[in-house]
Design a protein around this ligand. Structure first.
Ligand SMILES: NC(=O)C1=CN([C@@H]2O[C@H](COP(=O)(O)OP(=O)(O)OC[C@H]3O[C@@H](n4cnc5c(N)ncnc54)[C@H](O)[C@@H]3O)[C@@H](O)[C@H]2O)[C@@H](O)CC1
Ligand SMILES: [K+]
Length: 467
């Protein structure tokens, strides 16, 4: 498969720190080491600074990777008359920034560790003499009110009169005359430096996307992981339970299954519906449950006769994932919706088979996603919310076994409690495919959908923190 003609799926405009972190994580997973990205970033800023022909440059660095970028800039400027690097000599640092500082000790630059405002005040001469000041204090990792020694460094830089070049994004409060953002602008008006991130890091899902999942606060209450309601079962009895296990393993705290069929599973809450199939007679019970749930996952094992119920669920639900038999016309749409069709269901939804060519397939899913996010399952999954398109290629042919689609819908349901539809669907596709790959490593084509849930936590929750 080639991606050369897939540039049309690159997003444009300003992106937020979370998305940038995800892209960087995906680039690292594709084999572009963080240190090399930093080198490329710092080099681009150094070129911008050198174009101004300065002789004295003051580089203000932080402890994170933004500071690391600043140290790379300083290294490329070391042959100027004077390069002074100020950095905080306290707090934790990242491995990449630490590596840059170690390298800088062997360069022709003056290093000035500071701990407090007084240390900064003692360096006031550097601010007065600088032709250019580089702001590499805080980047996309800035959080909360700016603390010392940065408060004083920002004040000194603003008072100096020298032009400030901000690295990636300005430290809050600083007046930058130029901003050089990496890969994509993080604020309006920034110049963009291409740091060579592979296209696929952006349009394909990857482990970097896992950083989008919000971490759970210490002392979180029961239910903080989300409450998912699965509505399904009838002609096929196991399907809603497989979805429910997917939701539980993907982090939902409480998962209820409203179904005519009972399969004993102690971790799930069974909401019994009388009879052999779900009908409008069950609506009152179901809608009461919809009211309590963060996300409803609906359609698996349902049969074709329950579409009125599906439409009523859609009407009442805030967030819903529709799968399998729910994917019929008229299409249900909750306030926020994810549809998880395979090719046949997509054809039923839209009246046309999805094209085989990936670029055309991307366009077709994008055009069809008018009432919610569509996750079209296939050897390469395609996700679109009508404006963005993302592809996912985790998975294995062993996943053609029954039940894997149900599981994916359940995973999407759990992630949807915490993420917007497009992000939840993209990540669900990634996680489900990875779970299938891990299960298939042990069991090959004898793998079952029920082998997959237990592999989900190691993918979702036990990944190493990014550098
Ligand atoms: N991750 C990567 O692969 C790449 C990252 N890059 C750079 O890395 C930056 C992001 O790096 P990080 O995630 O390490 O984050 P930052 O370097 O932006 O900031 C994190 C550091 O700042 C401190 N901090 C945060 N908020 C603060 C506040 N309000 N007051 C005082 N200190 C505060 C933190 O304790 C931490 O030490 C980007 O903006 C970009 O410049 C580039 O090198 C390109 C590659
Ligand atoms: K900065």
């Amino acid at each position: 498969m080639t991606t050369e003609d897939m540039r049309e799926f690159l997003e444009t405009g300003v992106i937020d720190a979370g998305r940038m972190r995800a892209i960087e994580g995906n680039a690292v997973a594709l084999g572009y080491p963080s240190l090399l990205m930093m080198e490329s970033a710092g080099r681009a800023v150094a070129d911008t600074v050198l174009a101004r022909g300065p002789s004295r440059v003051l580089v203000l660095c932080g402890r994170g990777n933004n500071g690391g970028d600043g140290m790379v800039v300083a290294r490329y400027l070391q042959h100027l008359d004077a390069v002074d690097v100020v950095y905080p000599d306290c707090g934790t640092t990242t491995p990449s920034a630490a590596a840059q500082l170690a390298l800088l000790r062997h360069c022709s630059v003056a290093l000035h560790p500071v701990r407090c405002a007084a240390d900064v005040e003692a360096l006031s001469r550097l601010f007065e003499e600088a032709d250019v000041i580089i702001d590499a204090m805080l980047g996309t990792g800035a959080a909360g009110a700016v603390r010392e020694p940065f408060v004083t460094l920002v004040a000194r830089a603003n008072a100096s009169g020298a032009p400030v070049v901000a690295v990636d994004i300005p430290t809050p409060g600083i007046r930058a005359s130029r901003i050089v953002s990496f890969h994509r602008p993080k604020v309006e008006g920034a110049a963009v430096a291409d740091i060579g991130i592979p296209l696929e890091a952006e349009i394909f899902t990857g482990p970097g996307d896992l950083t989008l999942i919000p971490s759970r606060a210490e002392g979180a209450h029961k239910g903080a992981g989300g409450e998912v309601l699965v509505v399904g079962g009838g002609p096929y009895q196991g399907a809603p339970y497989i979805a429910a296990m997917g939701a539980l393993r993907a982090g939902a705290d409480i998962v209820r299954v409203a179904s005519p069929a009972y399969i004993p599973m102690p971790d799930l809450i069974y909401e019994r519906l009388e009879g052999k199939a779900i009908t409008v007679d069950h609506l009152e019970t179901i809608l009461r449950l919809v009211d309590r749930a963060d996300t409803v996952v609906c359609g698996m094992g349902l049969g074709k006769e329950s579409h009125d119920v599906v439409l009523a669920v859609a009407e009442a639900a805030q967030k819903a994932v529709f799968d399998a038999d729910a994917l019929a016309l008229p299409l249900p749409a909750a306030k926020e919706t994810i549809y998880t069709p395979h090719a046949g269901e997509f054809a039923r939804m839209t009246g046309a088979e999805p094209p085989v060519d990936l670029t055309l397939r991307g366009r077709s899913v994008k055009a069809a996603a008018t009432t919610g996010t569509i996750l079209l399952k296939g050897p390469v999954d395609v996700v679109s919310d009508g404006s963005r398109v993302r592809f996912n290629r985790t998975g294995t042919p062993a996943m053609t076994v029954g039940g894997t689609g149900d599981l994916l819908a359940g995973i999407a349901g759990a992630l949807f409690c915490h993420l917007p539809a497009f992000e939840a669907a993209s990540l669900a596709a990634y996680v489900s495919g990875r779970a299938g790959m891990l299960a298939a490593e042990e069991r090959g084509n004898g793998m079952l959908a029920t082998d997959m849930p237990e592999r989900i936590p190691e993918i979702l929750f036990c990944h190493p923190a990014p550098d």
